[in-house]
Design a protein around this ligand. Sequence first.
Ligand code: SF4
Length: 76
Amino acid sequence: MDVWIDQDLCTGDGLCEETAPAVFMLRDGIAYVKAPNGAPQFAGGSTSMVPIPDQLLDSVLDAAENCPGECIFIEA
Ligand code: SF4
């Protein structure tokens, strides 16, 4: 499974970072995903899709379900 964020829809509330800090981070009030090696993907959008480590899948799914902007996308 992979995850990416549509930054155009992000409200910047930070819920994703609180829920799964190994995968999400905020910069300048907008959320971005991080690669499994921790590298932030500041290009954003679907071109910044990263694989979700198995042990983090539940927390990433929780973050996506609770995202106020409905802008966390998970793809098989
Ligand atoms: S939970 Fe959604 S809206 Fe909130 S900061 Fe994360 S990606 Fe943006």
